[in-house]
Design a protein around this ligand. Structure first.
Ligand SMILES: C[S@@+](CC[C@H](N)C(=O)[O-])C[C@H]1O[C@@H](n2cnc3c(N)ncnc32)[C@H](O)[C@@H]1O
Length: 311
């Protein structure tokens, strides 16, 4: 048995994990244990997106502490967690993995899609990070095991967010803490104004390369106009209508990087197989159903952010 702290020394590029109890075998490819079927699954739009944007949202690439601040704000966890074990569900390219690892804890980070390859490029060399391909619904981990569990930017993209939450909460050990966020479901009169919910049922059927090329051109074409519209009106409504996330008045990076983020997020919202926003009340009910205590659920921008502990 290789301990996680020794794992970089003992990295296995190609191999298998064999379970003597259930006689099943799981491949290890490109240093990543795979607990998913070989065929592509519903999350593969994310695999596509993170393979193209494997660095885009990483703080070490943007030069701004955007993910770091969000990670510690949403989790509320200490900056030092030496000796603890953290589970990250739905890592994407690993923008939060690096900050979880910065606490000194051992981080087991998994994702259902081939985004694990991007995360391996970004965080695979960290001594205290282990990257695994698996689904929240069939986690290959012990129950009642982890000190901390976090899941940021993922729940709304699963077919059954409540079930996903219950699965995750089972991984927590007694006294452990969980932190999640999910897109906010607004009152109906505001929800009906969000254009992506009309367009996405069609766009998610378009092959990823075509949709991605479209998003890139769409952003390039509209970019000067949405900038002008925001300047003239003082409001960012044109970009919302056109489904082009524009962070120019939020983050201070180069125009090229702004367009990179816009292309990534535009593709993200148009390609996802599932997009189930949640009300604050629903999220509170998940925590109650899971039997968690110290429940703290709040709005955070366009998100509902929830934290709790296991008795
Ligand atoms: C919008 S991305 C967010 C990635 C990362 N957490 C971030 O915020 O940058 C959503 C991620 O959830 C993953 N995902 C979706 N369903 C999943 C499941 N059942 N189990 C694990 N990961 C899942 C996708 O593959 C994708 O990488």
């Amino acid at each position: 048995m290789i301990s996680i702290t020794d794992k970089v020394k003992h990295r296995i590029r190609l191999g298998s994990l064999n379970c003597s109890a259930c006689a099943r075998s799981y491949p290890i490819t490109n240093f990543i244990p795979r607990f998913v079927a070989r065929q592509k699954n519903y999350a593969e739009s994310f695999g596509y997106e993170w393979s193209r944007h494997w660095q885009t949202q990483l703080d070490r690439y943007s030069g701004l502490p955007i993910s770091r601040e969000r990670f510690f704000r949403e989790t509320g966890w200490d900056k030092q967690l030496n000796g603890q074990i953290i589970l990250e569900a739905g890592s994407g390219a690993g923008r939060f993995t690096e900050h979880a690892a910065s606490t000194g804890a051992t981080v087991i980070s998994f994702d259902y899609s081939s985004a694990v390859e991007a995360n391996y490029r970004n965080n695979g060399n960290s001594q205290n990070v282990l990257i695994v391909q698996a689904s929240i619904y069939e986690m290959p981990f012990r129950e009642d095991y982890f000190d901390k569990v976090f899941c940021i930017g993922v729940m709304q993209h699963t077919p059954d967010p409540q079930k996903a939450f219950i699965c995750l909460s089972k991984a927590l050990k007694s006294g452990g803490k969980i932190a999640i966020d999910v897109y906010q479901k607004y009152k109906w009169w505001k929800q009906v104004t969000i254009t992506r919910y009309y367009v996405r049922p069609l766009t998610k059927k378009i092959p990823f390369p075509e949709l991605y090329s479209f998003c890139r051109l769409w952003v390039k074409f509209w970019w000067p106009f949405i900038g002008l519209s925001a300047k003239l009106t003082g409001r960012r409504f044109l970009n919302r209508f056109l489904l082009i996330p524009d962070y120019r008045d939020i983050h201070t990076f180069s125009d090229e990087m702004h367009r990179e983020w816009a292309t990534l997020d535009s593709f993200d919202m148009l390609s996802a197989a599932y997009d189930f926003p949640q009300s604050k009340g629903s999220v509170i009910s998940w925590f109650k159903k899971a039997g968690l205590t110290e429940v703290d659920v709040n709005y955070g921008g366009s998100l509902v952010v929830g934290r709790g502990s296991k008795k």
